[in-house]
Design a protein around this ligand. Structure first.
Ligand code: NAD
Length: 484
């Protein structure tokens, strides 16, 4: 049985209390994880604070970014370890961790090393009454100790999405991975030590949210800024914690994203893209699509073709090269998703496919498996059409006009992403402009240059990260004004 520890001040440390990490595939306990106490969190934050003025704080930008480049290379050298660890934590099919999540984890360090090297500074000359003038220039300084609270759905990618810009900007971090996925953050700790990131710069504390590690971290007075990815409800609790001491927050939260399919779309490409957006990573993607709107002339054909495609998905373990869908993260999450499957039927949905639990071989029977599920026939007010389920399911509804679909797609408290499928360029621009979301795709999904802004509008997020936008959160911009 693996014993997973916390990582504080450059060393792995146990704790008096442990909790079980179970496999999503079999529900067997695969590791005992040290739960960080308030004292452990305090030690991690203190180490991070000290590190700000140690060798890390004295490094030049070039030295710091060289270390981040080395980090990315070392992650790729340990590629197989990251893939195996991510697989054990999440149960996701190997192709997702191999082709998307692990490479993106390493790429995050390279991208942000490049961003900080190339960011321009502002400079203004001004006139003064004595005619001699003054100059102003902006200098970016690290914010300090950044608390990073992570979800379980893409653990390495989403954690490095925050750690990389934080370190690139010269901050130090204390990371709280999800209790469901503690492993890749600890593997990254080994990589940090291997490339010589000084002790205290990167710390990992494991545990839960309320009354546990998450709360201890977000309420700690020496944490200077808090960045979070997870549910909207949790984000609101974290915002409240950050209010003590008036600390800045960056929140990436839930979604109930719409896919809008016009009759003139390229049907094959649309089916392929929408299938990924609904069922990729077993529907556990914040950007995933749980509400589909299809223009009426295409509706019946779309539903039939989409059903056939969904029924070809193959459930399997990370080791199964033919698997296209894994289990959900946990039994608890499975109960939540299955409760929505039941609610859809209670509310009068037509179950196009799925709706239950698949037959799995005996050795996987205890895993968190559910069937990919498609519903039609519900009003826009139904629970499964309004609430984020975070499972492999979607509701498909017909629409008649562009104005109608825009209104219905925007009829949600969330505003994370949307995808539009059409070959009419002018319409694509019009609809993209009208959709209330942080990102809108046209004939694509989950595609983004990492230099662009990322975040949600409405209750899907506060702030933008990505490229230079991350610098707004991870640095303080100071103006120096010199009288000539
Ligand atoms: P969650 O909110 O339950 O947990 C996220 C993290 O917060 C975990 O580490 C948890 O332990 C911690 N936490 C919980 N309560 C806390 C508290 N009171 N104080 C401090 N920490 C606390 O989310 P989840 O179930 O892990 O992830 C799924 C959710 O994340 C979905 O809603 C999904 O849409 C969202 N998500 C959003 C994005 C995005 O970029 N917008 C990306 C991925 C996931």
């Amino acid at each position: 049985m693996k014993q997973l520890q916390n990582f504080i001040d450059g060393a792995f440390r146990g704790s008096d209390k442990t909790f079980d990490k179970r496999s999503p595939v079999t529900n067997k306990v695969v590791a005992k994880v040290a739960e960080a106490s308030r004292a452990d969190v305090d030690a991690a934050v203190s180490a991070a604070k000290r590190a700000l003025t140690g060798p890390w704080g004295r490094m030049t930008l070039a030295q710091r970014t060289e270390l981040l480049d080395a980090l990315a290379k070392e992650m790729m050298r340990r590629f197989d370890d990251f893939v195996a660890t991510e697989a054990e934590d999440t149960g996701m099919p190997g192709h997702i961790s191999k082709h998307v999540f692990v490479p993106r984890g390493a790429a995050n360090f390279q991208v942000f090393a490049d961003v900080v090297k190339n960011v321009p500074t502002e400079f203004f000359e001004m006139v003064t009454p004595d005619g001699k003038g003054a100059i102003n220039y902006g200098v970016r300084r690290p914010v300090g100790v950044v608390g990073i609270v992570c979800p379980w759905n893409a653990p390495l990618l989403l954690m490095t999405w925050k750690v990389a810009p934080a370190l690139a900007c010269g901050n130090t971090v204390v990371v709280k991975p999800s209790e469901e996925t503690p492993q890749t953050a600890l593997l990254l700790a080994e990589v940090m030590n291997a490339v010589g990131i000084p002790p205290g710069v990167y710390n990992v504390v494991n545990g839960f949210g309320p009354d546990s590690t998450g709360e201890f971290l977000t309420t700690h007075p020496d944490v200077d800024a808090i960045t979070f990815t997870g549910e909207t409800r949790t984000g609101a609790a974290i915002m409240k914690a950050a209010a003590t001491g008036a600390r800045p927050v960056s929140l990436e939260m839930g979604g109930k994203n719409a896919g809008i399919i016009f009759a003139d779309c390229n049907l094959d490409a649309t089916i392929e893209g929408v299938l990924r957006s609904c069922f990729g990573n077993t529907g556990q993607v914040c950007l995933g699509t749980e509400r589909l709107f299809v223009e009426r002339p295409l509706f019946d054909k779309f539903v039939a073709t989409f059903k056939a495609a969904a029924e070809k998905l193959k459930l399997g373990t990370p080791e199964d090269d033919h698997a296209t869908m894994g289990p959900l993260i946990s039994q608890e999450h499975r109960q939540k998703v299955l409760s929505y499957y039941a609610k859809a039927v209670e509310e009068g949905a037509t179950v196009v496919t799925g709706g239950g639990v698949p037959d799995m071989p005996a050795e996987l029977a205890e895993g968190a498996w559910v069937q990919p599920t498609i519903w039609t026939g519900l009003p826009d007010t139904a629970a499964v059409v309004t609430e984020e389920i975070f499972g492999p399911c979607c509701h498909i509804s017909p629409f008649d006009t562009e104005e109608e679909v825009i209104r219905r797609a925007n009829n949600t408290r969330y505003g994370l992403s949307s995808s539009i499928w059409t070959n009419d360029l002018a319409r694509a621009h019009r609809v993209a402009a009208a959709i209330e979301a942080g990102i809108v795709w046209v004939n694509a999904w989950f595609l983004r240059d990492l230099r662009t802004a990322f975040g949600g509008s409405k209750q899907s997020g506060i702030g933008r990260e990505g490229g230079v936008h991350s610098l707004e959160f991870y640095t303080e911009l100071k103006n120096v004004c010199i009288k000539l």
